[in-house]
Design a protein around this ligand. Structure first.
Ligand code: NAP
Length: 251
């Protein structure tokens, strides 16, 4: 799989897939690792997913998780538990910008001490993108996580150009529009034109064909889908015409 600044370009999300189901997490994570996936995204918001992900990884892979807490005390407690589950957090993100100025100070100390690799910020809602841009302009973040798929392209206006200008690495959440975009059927002839086997791969490649994107993190509860998704991380990347075809098929 191609590697960019955060490692292999297809990771694994964990929102609403295995939650606290440790056996299912083990199955999905084993398959993902075997397919070359190395970055695993989670959050204290994901109902037990951090604990089951940590047990399944057993020290393998790189973890991107989040601090989602209104107070520094609670944020530090979330981090303490993450260290227990994962050993190390490679990418620590402030979830939905919650108390980001307060949390950032102590997180920067952790990064400076080498205990956290990179610091990031995330938001799923376009109404928060101006605030997310302001946070990036402080120059204190290494990564940004944002939604990007043919139905959600608002980030093309400001966030993607800004991330490129600042040298901030981009993680794409919802590359399949939370599954909504993969439910349609697409003609095999169109997939052949795109050089992919499945429509899910076309959507993942659509995001990765923008060179400002470092990582897509599709989530799945089906171990068998991890290899299908990981295969989308192999070049060649789409031409502008192929990207336009995906947009047409998704319309
Ligand atoms: N949604 C948000 O607002 C949000 C916010 C912050 C962060 N994130 C992070 O971003 C990650 C990705 O976003 P997401 O989980 O919301 O949405 P997503 O990855 O766009 O879509 C996940 C859905 O796609 C389905 N799927 C995955 N691979 C497939 C394939 N090859 N073929 C057909 N269906 C497939 C999954 O169903 P099956 O389980 O049946 O495979 C699941 O329902 C999250 O897991 C989380 O780590 C999300």
């Amino acid at each position: 799989m191609e590697e960019r600044r955060l490692g292999p370009v297809v990771g694994l999300g964990t929102w609403q897939t295995f939650g606290g189901d440790a056996a299912l997490a083990r199955e999905v994570v084993e398959a993902a690792l075997a397919a070359g996936v190395d970055v695993f995204d989670s959050s204290p918001m994901y109902r037990g997913a951090e604990a089951s992900l940590g047990a399944a990884l057993a020290g393998r892979g790189r973890v991107a998780t989040k601090i989602w807490a209104p107070s520094v005390e609670e944020g530090r407690e979330q981090y303490r538990r993450q260290v227990e589950w994962f050993g190390r957090v490679e990418i620590e993100q402030i979830h939905n910008l919650v108390a980001w100025q307060e949390q950032l100070e102590w997180l920067e100390e952790e990064r400076a001490a080498g205990r956290i690799g990179r610091l990031g910020v995330t938001h799923y809602a376009s109404g928060a993108f101006d605030a997310m841009a302001d946070a990036l302009r402080t120059g204190r973040f290494d990564t940004v996580q944002l939604p990007y798929n043919p139905h959600e392209r608002e980030v093309e206006e400001e966030l993607l150009p800004l991330a490129a200008e600042l040298g901030v690495a981009v993680i794409v959440m919802r590359p399949l529009a939370e599954g909504a975009l993969v439910r349609r059927s697409v003609e095999p002839a169109a997939l052949r034109e795109l050089g992919v086997e499945t429509w899910a791969q076309a959507l993942l490649k659509w995001a990765l064909s923008d060179e400002r994107v470092d990582l897509v993190i599709p989530a799945t509860s089906k171990a068998g889908r991890t290899a299908e998704n990981a295969a989308a991380g192999e070049p060649p990347w789409f031409t502008p015409e192929q990207r336009a075809l995906v947009e047409e098929l998704a319309a």
